[in-house]
Design a protein. Structure first.
Length: 393
């Protein structure tokens, strides 16, 4: 399994170890599904593999873009064209997410499977979306289809973690990304931070930007670094860019407000604030959001809830968010238990002093320290990546 692909999907490569034929085909489903990453949200990423009675792959498919045909339909239609209907009547369909059973932007996939008399379906995980939630599996079984559920289920759930989280909470899945030195600093004492992590780590961050719906920074990072928050080192679609500016004092000349992607920028200010860049940002197609305050700061929970409703493209839900934060914003998110995934690149460098990763978390004794439900470590170039998952699936 290609480590870069797995890490770009938020998975540790070891999570995709296939021990059986069914698991091998399920890994292939996930690899196909990832081809739609960044384009199908707020739909889940889905891949499908249709296998003949002799174990030969008849066809493959994946959900390629929001509103487009589902993976199962693509695979079945491809197999019909290439092998004819008889081949389907002895085939097994592998799919990482339960086939839908309702009319949305496309007809139900369960009905399409039944119409072509496919006798066996292997499913990675049940779809948590209330209009599906086991109904697709039940419909197939009621018509005599043999359905196996739960092949590589943990990997399938982690793969579509943003979709699952959004369905259950209404908020985007928050991934906090940090690059630090071995002794725990994100910048030197003079504020210099480029580049703490290596080239491979920076490339991976750009892959995350390309597949996650949005990327967020605080006003301190925006003012100090004038970041573009665009995808540059890899191919992929550009994310929605969110910048926190409670008092509306960021410079109107920042790239977030003036570059070719200004239409993808959301500037978040406090109640009644109208910053100098407001008119030009809105004219470019960007958005200015007023968010209520909580204890004198922007209410981060209220912001996440609004992003989950309408923060995506064309006012669709924003399902996943990469936070590239300085110490204050990172600490605030952790204190409010709003971080779902904590991804930290640890560079083999020592500064001795500088800007620390976090501010005070008010931990007085070792047992009070924050822990993660699950975590993994992996090397990314010269750096070590800690992947902490703070939300129990």
């Amino acid at each position: 399994m290609d480590a870069g692909w797995a890490l770009a999907a938020g998975l540790h490569p070891g999570d995709l170890t296939a021990r059986t034929e069914a698991e091998r085909f399920m890994v292939r489903c996930l690899a196909l599904a990832f081809r739609g990453a960044g384009r199908v949200s707020p739909n889940p990423m889905v891949g499908a593999v249709l296998v003949g009675a002799d174990g030969r792959v008849l066809a493959e498919g994946w959900h390629d873009q929001y509103g487009g045909p589902h993976a199962e339909r693509v695979a079945i239609e491809t197999a019909l064209h290439q092998h004819g209907p008889e081949a389907l009547r002895q085939a097994t369909l592998y799919v990482n997410l339960e086939p839908c059973a309702h009319y949305g932007k496309t007809p139900p996939c369960a009905d399409f499977i039944l119409a072509h008399r496919i006798p066996r379906v292997v499913v990675g995980m049940v779809d948590p979306f209330p209009k599906v939630a086991g109904q697709g599996i039940a419909r197939l079984r009621a018509h005599g289809v043999q359905v196996e559920v739960g092949v590589l289920e943990a990997a399938c759930r982690r793969f579509n973690e943003a979709f699952v989280h959004h369905v259950q909470t209404g908020r985007p899945l928050v991934t906090l990304k940090i690059a630090q030195t071995l002794d725990g600093f994100v910048a030197t004492r003079t504020g210099h931070s480029r580049w703490i992590s290596g080239e491979a780590a920076r490339r991976l961050v750009h892959q995350w930007r390309a597949v996650l719906d949005g990327v967020l920074v605080g006003s301190g990072t925006a003012a100090a670094d004038d970041p573009a928050l665009t995808v540059r080192h890899v191919e992929g679609r550009q994310p929605i860019r969110i910048v926190l500016d409670r008092t509306g004092t960021l410079a109107p000349t920042l790239r977030l407000f003036t570059d070719a992607y200004a239409a993808s920028t959301i500037a978040v200010v406090g109640p009644g604030v109208r910053p100098p860049y407001a008119a030009s940002l809105e004219q470019a197609g960007g958005r200015l959001w007023e968010v209520p305050l909580h204890q004198g700061h922007l209410d981060l929970q209220a912001l996440l809830e609004r992003l989950g409703r309408e923060g995506g493209r064309e006012g669709r839900p924003l399902q996943s968010l990469l936070v590239e934060a300085g110490p204050r914003l990172a600490t605030a998110l952790l204190q409010q238990h709003l971080v779902d995934r904590f991804f930290v690149f640890i560079s083999p460098r020592l500064f001795g002093s500088g800007v620390p990763v976090l501010c005070d978390l008010n931990v007085r004794a070792v047992p009070e320290g924050r822990r993660f439900d699950t975590y993994r470590w992996t090397a990314v170039g010269p750096d070590l990546l800690f992947m902490g998952y703070n939300w129990t699936l």
